[in-house]
Design a protein around this ligand. Structure first.
Ligand code: PLP
Length: 468
C-alpha cells in the first residue's frame, strides 16, 4: 500500500468504522464462533506476492469480523467497559500515522509536554491533590508492577536491582482478597514471591480490607523478621466493586513507613463526579494511584494514568540512562521513559486531549451518573422478582445477582447454565464471578452508548430466563 492508496482506503475505513459503531445494537454482542473456526479459514503461510486491497478488506469483513466480540456494543454489560470514543479513535488514527516513539522529551517534545498537561487536567478533574505528578502507562498491570518494584527498592534501600533478592530480608506486600490478579502478578514478577503477598479478609458492605487484621499481621510479620514494604488498596474491585478504607490504609502505611499504592483502574473515572469521592476518601495520602481512562471515560485502550506523589522514587527504581539515550542541548526536561518499565512509549496523551476537549467533563460526568443510576434502579427491579436474588448491592455501577429456585437445584450449576444461554443468544453479554463461594452473575453499566432503554432491555432478558 502506498500513501495514495492509504488515502483511498483510509476514507473507506473511516466510513466502515462509523457505520459499524452506529449499527452495533443490531448485532450479537459476543462472537458466536467455535474455537478454530477462524484459524481454519486462514492460509498457513504468508503470501509471497502482494494481494489486492479489495480482497484483503473483503476478507477482513467476511473472516475476521464474525470472530469479534463487540466491546463497544451498548448491551455489553460484562467485565468492565473498554470505551473508545469517536474523538479518541480519531486521535489514534493521527497517532498511528505519525507513530512517534515518545521515550525522551527530545524524541517528541509535544508528547511529553501534552502528557504532563493532560495528567494535570485529570488530576484536577478527579479532585486529587496538586502534589501528584504522573505518567501514562499502557495498562494498570504495568503501573502496579512499577509501584511494586518501587516498594521493593525503597524497602531494600535501592539494593534489589543491584544485588538481586538473594540473601536479603524477605519483603511483604499486603492487599485485600478482593485485589485484582494484576497485584498477584506484580508481586510474582518483582521477585517478592506469591507467599509474601498477604491477602487480608474483607468486611462490610463495601467489602473493605479489615484494617485491624492488617495492623496485627504487619506487627507479627515485623517480629518474625519480614520487612513490610507496601500496601495496595482497592477502589472498585473487579469481582463486585470492593472499596477499601483508603484513609485508614494511608495511616497504616505511614505508621509502618510503607509505600502505598491504590488500584482504581475502573472506578477512578467515576471520581470526576465529586459525589462519589467519599469512596476513596484519603486518596491524597497514597504514594501512587492508577486509573484507566480507557475503561469508563472513553480514551481507548491502551491508556492508564499512574499518579505519583514522589516521582523521584519511581525514577530511582526504573532508570539507568545509557550513553545512547543521553540528549544534549536541553536541560530541565522530563524523559518519561525513566518512570516506566518499557523504554518505548506511544503518544497516548493525544487521545486524552481530543477526548476531554471534544466531550468536555460535564458530559462525561452525566454519562457516569446515568450509568450508576440505571444500575441501581435495575438492581432494585430485579430484587423484586421472585427467582432472583441480589448478592451484592451496586457499588458505582456494578452489582451481582443470581437465579434461585426452591426445588433444591444446585444453584451454581443452574446459574452457569442460564448465563451460558443468555450469552449464546447474544442479545446482551454478562460475566460471572464468585462471592462467598457462590457462583454469581455480574452486571456493569458502562459502555459509552448504552441508554436507559438498553438497561431495560437487559431487565427483560434477565427476567425471562428465570426458572420459577
Ligand atoms: N485492576 C482492576 C480493578 C481491574 O478491573 C483491572 C482490569 O479490569 C486491572 C486492574 C487490570 O487492568 P489492565 O488490563 O489495564 O492491566
Amino acid at each position: 500500500m502506498d500513501w495514495e492508496e492509504y488515502r483511498h482506503w483510509g476514507k473507506l475505513g473511516v466510513d466502515w468504522g462509523a457505520d459499524y459503531r452506529k449499527n452495533l445494537r443490531n448485532i450479537s454482542v459476543r462472537s458466536p464462533l467455535k474455537p478454530g473456526e477462524i484459524l481454519n479459514k486462514l492460509p498457513k503461510t504468508a503470501p509471497e506476492q502482494p494481494e489486492n486491497m479489495e480482497q484483503i478488506f473483503s476478507d477482513f469483513k467476511e473472516i475476521i469480523m464474525p470472530g469479534i466480540t463487540h466491546w463497544q456494543h451498548p448491551r455489553f454489560f460484562s467485565y468492565f467497559p473498554s470505551n473508545a470514543s469517536a474523538s479518541s479513535v480519531f486521535a489514534e488514527i493521527l497517532t498511528n500515522t505519525m507513530s512517534p516513539m515518545c521515550m525522551l522529551w527530545q524524541t517528541s517534545p509535544s508528547a511529553t509536554e501534552l502528557e504532563e498537561r493532560v495528567i494535570d487536567w485529570l488530576k484536577s478533574a478527579l479532585g486529587l491533590s496538586n502534589e501528584f505528578k504522573g505518567v501514562i502507562q499502557d495498562s494498570a498491570t504495568s503501573a502496579t508492577l512499577s509501584a511494586v518494584l518501587t516498594m521493593r527498592e525503597k524497602a531494600l534501600q535501592w539494593l534489589g536491582n543491584k544485588e538481586g533478592l538473594f540473601d536479603k530480608q524477605t519483603l511483604r506486600i499486603y492487599a485485600s482478597n478482593e485485589a485484582h490478579i494484576s497485584i498477584d502478578r506484580s508481586v510474582w514478577f518483582s521477585g517478592i514471591g506469591e507467599n509474601n503477598l498477604i491477602k487480608i479478609p474483607v468486611k462490610g458492605k463495601h467489602k473493605s480490607l479489615d484494617t485491624e487484621i492488617l495492623r496485627d499481621k504487619i506487627v507479627q510479620d515485623k517480629k518474625l523478621g519480614f520487612i513490610p514494604a507496601g500496601i495496595i488498596g482497592v477502589v472498585g474491585g473487579t469481582s463486585c466493586g470492593a472499596c477499601d478504607d483508603i484513609r485508614k490504609l494511608g495511616q497504616i502505611s505511614k505508621d509502618f513507613n510503607m509505600y502505598f499504592h491504590v488500584d482504581a483502574a475502573w472506578a477512578g473515572s467515576a471520581m470526576i463526579c465529586p459525589e462519589y469521592r467519599g469512596l476513596w476518601q484519603g486518596i491524597n495520602e497514597a504514594d501512587s494511584v492508577v486509573f484507566n481512562p480507557y475503561k469508563w471515560l472513553g480514551a481507548q485502550f491502551d491508556c492508564s494514568i499512574h499518579f505519583l506523589k514522589n516521582k523521584e522514587l519511581q525514577k530511582k527504581t526504573h532508570t539507568n540512562v545509557p550513553d545512547y539515550l543521553k540528549t544534549s542541548g536541553v536541560s530541565n526536561v522530563t524523559d518519561l521513559s525513566e518512570y516506566t518499565i518499557p523504554l518505548g512509549r506511544r503518544f497516548r496523551a493525544l487521545k486524552i486531549w481530543f477526548l476531554l476537549r471534544s466531550e468536555g467533563l460535564e458530559k462525561l460526568r452525566n454519562m457516569i451518573r446515568n450509568h450508576i443510576e440505571w444500575s441501581i434502579s435495575l438492581s432494585k427491579k430485579l430484587n423484586e422478582l421472585p427467582g432472583i436474588e441480589i448478592i451484592t448491592e451496586p457499588i458505582f455501577s456494578l452489582f451481582t445477582f443470581r437465579y434461585i429456585t426452591n426445588d433444591g437445584s444446585d444453584l451454581d450449576h443452574l446459574n452457569e447454565n442460564i448465563l451460558r444461554q443468555i450469552n449464546e443468544a447474544g442479545k446482551i453479554y454478562l460475566t460471572p464471578t464468585t462471592v462467598d463461594n457462590k457462583y454469581v452473575i455480574r452486571f456493569v453499566t458502562g459502555t459509552l452508548e448504552t441508554t436507559k432503554k438498553d438497561v431495560d432491555f437487559a431487565y427483560e432478558i434477565i427476567k425471562s430466563n428465570r426458572k420459577q
